[in-house]
Design a protein around this ligand. Structure first.
Ligand SMILES: [Zn+2]
Length: 135
């Protein structure tokens, strides 16, 4: 007799579950992304984790794959994107650019960034390119 309302209830229940699953998937994606695992993007495509690729740089000391893995894992082991941001900010330094001539524009302070990498808990200065490759 009440079969119609029963099925309506079921449908509602089903929708609610689907909604929960969707939000769980979203959170999981966020988490996986923070920790550098492969994840599904909003289009449902699999995005491969950041891999350690070869790069050439002739201005900085080179890093072995193992060193790079350690550096990257320091970042990926953090609990949130926010913590990662704070960590990265701590490795950047704002430095005013020294100018040779005093011009009208001199009061406009130009700045540049210095980038550092933590290697065996020592801060090492690297160029931006290397900094971005390592993190
Ligand atoms: Zn460099």
């Amino acid at each position: 007799m009440s079969s119609k309302s029963d099925s309506a209830d079921k449908e509602r229940e089903c929708k609610r579950r689907k909604k929960n699953l969707e939000s769980w998937k979203r959170n999981k994606t966020k988490d996986d992304r923070t920790h550098g695992k492969r994840y599904l993007n909003t289009r449902g495509n699999v995005v491969e984790p950041k891999t350690i690729t070869d790069f050439n740089d002739n201005c900085c000391e080179t890093f072995s794959i193992e060193e790079r893995r350690v550096i990257l894992s320091q970042l990926l082991n953090m609990n949130s994107k926010n913590e990662q941001d704070i960590y990265l900010m701590g490795l950047m330094e704002i430095v005013p650019i020294k100018r040779r001539r005093t011009t009208i524009n001199a009061q406009v302070k130009k700045v540049t960034f210095h980038y550092y990498v933590l290697k065996e808990s020592k801060r090492m200065r690297v160029c931006k390119k290397v900094f971005l490759y390592l993190h």
